[in-house]
Ligand binder design. Structure first.
Ligand code: HEM
Length: 464
């Protein structure tokens, strides 16, 4: 007999609230991991009236991820919140709608298109280099978290719409103003166990609605302009200059994508591509600060590959950055920005002896398998060499237990672009600067919002 949720162990709660007072929304990933250590890899808990099943077993998680979109969907609550913001696209779509959008969006993010987008990544990298060079020569300190975020905002908006926002050198862009009102409200609503915004509309909620409306109009105009541009310049069909063009062209070829889907997907790309990449980079920087020996080894590699150049100036160079890539992989293993994900079965389903009933809420904890010695030797230690093909000192290296970009049919379509951005920035940073801590490492906390980010930390930056 499979074990159903009624039979699962779990932490004791209190009437009405269940375990709500035992978790904090910004550390929920760690609270779940602790419960997993106490109650096993599959357990249940309750947040108010909502029962959830926590799953730490990577084999069960892999099966859930694989059986999408037919047997499992992303949790509906998140989908509804993103829909309210007009950001209904690939991340929230399900069933046939998802199948069609997946084809179109993955086409727009494939290697051919990444090569086309490379010049805009290069421009943003150069601006970041100039900024850090100035910081190193003036105060010797840099707010690298903010700088990295602005870098990914610029790259992602340029990729999405073909416009150069240049938030690194100027502020006050219209899109960014609206985004700054939209994103935090989305995160707050996702993390709130009770939909307060439906009961009481605060000033923030009203501003959110206005910002969503305004951004929809701006993006609609971009879409109309894009359509005109493609008609006037048919050559774009072979080499679209941005994601908007790529989506419009692919949508035309595949059919079935309306204007609102194009808009929703452009907002989805902004949402999915900015925080994830900038926080992963910030975590990598925080780890490099803690380990000057790894910084030095990384420098040796980039110095050999780049020679006199301050940063990568051609797309092909990124494939040579093996150690830099290993540092990024190791940072994502220890500090994954998506440590948990939420799903619901569409039918009663049995996996590895557990029955998950239709509509039950499953909280999968991906990170716990990344940090177990049985999967990764000396799992708590930062050892980039474990990712190198030759000479790894780590016999246990179970890549099936490592899914920072998800897996199965819905794995992250921005993976390669994100890896390219991260290698560009990290190699530029290490080639030109030495970074050290101003904030003690133990004061850098993990904060779970939409993604897991580091709390604010300050960095000393010195020109090499
Ligand atoms: C370090 C950076 C990034 C990380 C760690 C990351 C991680 C993830 C994860 C864990 C998922 C869920 C996968 C699943 O359900 O199996 C996902 C989905 C997605 N990501 Fe990323 N991502 C990153 C960067 C990007 C970028 C740069 C873009 C686009 C420009 C992007 C676009 C998307 C989209 C559209 C989805 C939804 C895919 C679907 O449901 O079919 N991501 N990402």
């Amino acid at each position: 007999m499979p074990i159903c949720s009624a039979k699962l162990p779990g932490p004791k709660g209190i009437p009405l609230l269940g375990n709500l007072l035992q978790v904090k929304s910004d550390t929920i990933h760690n609270d779940i991991q602790k419960w997993g250590e106490e109650f096993g890899d599959v357990f249940k808990f309750r947040l108010g009236h909502i029962q959830l099943i926590g799953i730490l077993d990577y084999e069960i998680i892999a099966e859930i991820l694989k059986e999408r979109p037919d047997l499992f969907i992303r949790q509906q609550k998140m989908g509804n919140i993103l829909k309210d913001a007009g950001a209904h696209g690939l991340f929230t779509a399900e069933g046939d709608e998802w199948k069609l959008q997946r084809k179109i969006i993955t086409k727009g993010l494939d290697v051919k298109h990444q090569q086309t987008f490379f010049p805009s990544i290069l421009t943003s990298t150069e601006r970041l280099f100039n900024k850090w060079e100035k910081a190193a020569s003036l105060s010797g300190e840099a707010n690298i978290q903010q700088d990295l975020f602005r870098f990914t905002v610029d790259v992602t908006t340029s990729l999405a719409f073909g416009i150069d926002m240049n938030t690194q050198e100027q502020s006050g862009s219209v899109i960014q103003d609206h985004m700054e009102k939209i994103f935090p409200t989305i995160f707050k609503r996702i993390n709130s166990p009770i939909p307060f915004h439906k009961l009481l509309r605060t000033k923030v909620d009203k501003e959110f609605d206005k910002a969503c409306e305004a951004i929809q109009m701006i993006v609609n105009d971009f879409v109309s302009d894009g359509k005109k541009r493609i008609i006037e310049n048919p050559n774009l069909k072979d080499s679209p200059e941005n994601m908007l063009d790529a989506i419009l062209i692919a949508a035309d070829e595949e059919g079935g994508m309306e204007n609102k889907d194009v808009t929703g997907n452009l907002l989805t790309i902004l949402l999915a591509g900015e925080d994830t990449t900038s926080h992963s980079l910030a975590w990598a920087a925080s780890i490099l600060i803690e380990r000057p020996d790894i910084q030095e080894k990384c420098f040796q590699e980039v110095n050999t590959i780049l020679g006199d150049k301050p940063f990568m100036d051609s797309f092909s160079l990124h494939t040579e950055m093996k150690y830099t890539e290993a540092v990024i992989m190791e940072a994502m293993r220890l500090k994954p920005v998506a440590p948990i994900m939420l799903f619901e079965p569409l039918e009663d389903t049995v996996i590895k002896g557990y029955e998950f009933k239709k509509g039950e809420r499953l909280l999968t904890h991906m990170r716990s398998s990344y940090t177990r010695d049985e999967n990764f030797s000396k799992a708590s230690e930062m050892i980039p060499e474990r990712w190198m093909k030759k000479g790894s000192p780590c016999p246990h290296h179970n890549t099936n237990a490592f899914t920072p970009f998800g897996s199965g049919p819905r794995f992250c379509p921005g993976r390669n672009l994100a890896m390219l951005e991260m290698k560009m920035v990290l190699s530029m940073l290490i080639k030109n600067f030495k970074i050290s801590a101003k904030t003690p490492q133990e004061d850098i906390k993990e904060i779970m919002a939409f993604t897991m980010m580091p709390s604010n930390f300050e960095v000393k930056i010195q020109k090499r």
